[in-house]
Design a protein around this ligand. Structure first.
Ligand code: DLL
Length: 432
């Protein structure tokens, strides 16, 4: 168990003092060692010594994925290559990835914040952690691995895929904690059900699910089907990987390890800082990272921050679960739609499975959304009239939720593609 009370239960004053001192160092390191920052700060007539208080950070320009890609592969590194002990890349399927470099000390910090995250899910030395995040250039597998080893729990580095084997190992090894994407958790549950495995009889107790957007309804499904406590883990390659933030058992937001990652919320339209509690885009600054300092990185993830002591006793700021991206937000016939709103509406309906795809098209210059969702086995074998009435109900329900009429197609159970990593939920076929 790694509950670093000195860091996680710090008073606001003490934390801000520590953050300011670390921020000064971080900005200085970035400015002195990475030409990208030096060029931009010089253009803005900014010197690292201009950081006198935390709010001064807002004077600095943002960084974004697109700019980091231009630094491919190693131009964003702030130390000589022989101090970089590990590299990872962002999990994008297209285009040039962002490469993240870590020094030995960065790996120690990553292990620490990941250990804190797993501890929030109740992991102790006595646990067996089945890690189904992919190992390799993706940060998911190795990040969880480091955290588990830091706690001294047993890591089962099974990686993604091979669902039958996952289930066998889970039973034979007595896995107590599982880590994977929420969509893979649902897939595992389905496979377990098919294999006749009674989840109540196995030892799984909790899971850290993240790397993609999910909702409270998906949490309820996972908890019911896998018979465990499902907690949310957040992170991104550019900042460190998983472990930037994690939900504790109070399930009241994700605690950000803010002694290492400084969060801001901005309006994606005006780019101005927003107050606590207001929803906007999360911007993160690494306070201690040596290999690749990241100053004001626009995550494009939409959330809000909440301060105050949590029921668990931690005082670190909490972020709400991510409800969308400022860049994949859908605008359908002028109306803003977040795929998560459709998911939420869908999962409130009976007669369907939590496997769906949202397809956006633009026939005759008008946007259309088709939601393909798997009918449950019972409903699908029912008469057509019943199927149609279920479909109409879902269409009405989604319309009430998002203010738009969408076309719902009920498809055969298990006919939509399953994913072992991030599920592809939205297919935008529009040429905009
Ligand atoms: O997905 C790191 C990770 C691995 C996090 C394992 C959690 C568990 P990237 O591939 O760089 O890194 O993708 C980062 O994924 O900006 C979010 O848009 C999304 N994301 C990550 N965690 C969550 C989450 C890893 N809990 C991008 N909820 C981020 C919603 C998430 N979105």
């Amino acid at each position: 168990m790694i509950w670093n009370k000195a860091a996680e239960c710090m008073s606001d004053n003490k934390r801000q003092e520590l953050q300011l001192q670390r921020l000064k160092d971080a900005v200085n390191r970035a400015y002195s060692n990475v030409p990208y920052y030096k060029k931009r700060y010089t253009k803005n007539r900014f010197k690292p010594s201009d950081i006198k208080k935390l709010a001064d950070l807002a004077k600095l320009p943002f960084s974004s994925k697109a700019e980091l890609r231009e630094g491919y592969p190693f131009n964003m590194f702030a130390v000589p290559m022989n101090e970089i002990v590990e590299v990872h890349t962002s999990s994008g399927t297209t285009g040039t990835p962002v490469v993240a470099g870590y020094t030995k000390n960065d790996i120690a910090i990553w292990s620490e914040v990941m250990a804190r995250a797993l501890t929030m899910a109740g992991t102790t030395k006595d646990d067996i952690v089945q890690n189904c995040y992919g190992y390799g250039l993706f940060t998911g597998g190795i990040g969880i691995h480091y955290g588990t080893q830091r706690i001294g729990a047993t890591i089962v580095p099974i990686s993604a895929g091979q669902t039958k084997r996952q289930l066998q190992v889970m039973i034979d090894f007595g896995t107590t904690i599982i880590t994977c994407t929420p969509s893979y958790a649902l897939y595992l549950a389905e496979a377990a059900n098919e294999a006749g495995i009674n989840m109540k009889k196995i030892k799984l107790r909790a899971g850290c699910f993240g790397a993609e957007m999910w909702t409270e309804s998906i949490r309820n499904e996972i908890e019911k089907r896998l018979n465990l406590t499902a907690l949310n883990i957040y992170g991104l390659t550019e900042i460190i990987g998983p472990g930037v933030a994690q939900e504790c058992e109070a399930k009241d937001g994700l605690h950000i390890s803010e002694d290492h990652f400084y969060p801001e919320i901005i309006s994606p339209e005006t780019l101005q800082p927003l107050a606590d509690g207001e929803k906007g885009e999360l911007v993160l600054t690494t306070l201690t990272r040596e290999g690749m300092p990241m100053i004001r990185f626009r995550t494009k993830d939409i959330t809000a921050l909440h301060r105050g002591r949590c029921a668990c006793g931690r005082t670190t700021v909490r972020m709400e679960r991510i409800t969308g991206r400022s860049d994949d937000m859908l605008k359908i016939r002028g109306v803003i739609v977040f795929p998560s709103q459709i998911e939420k509406a869908l999962l409130e309906m009976k007669g369907i499975e939590p496997h769906y795809q949202i397809i956006v098209t633009r026939p005759q210059h008008l946007d259309e959304i088709e939601v393909k969702v798997e009918a449950s086995k019972e409903i699908f074998s029912d008469e057509v009239r019943h199927l149609e009435s279920v479909r109409d109900k879902i269409e009405n329900h989604i319309e009430r939720a998002i203010g738009l009429r969408v076309k719902v197609t009920l498809v055969e159970p298990k006919s939509l593609p399953r994913s072992e990593g991030k599920a592809v939920r939205v297919i935008d076929k529009r040429v905009l």
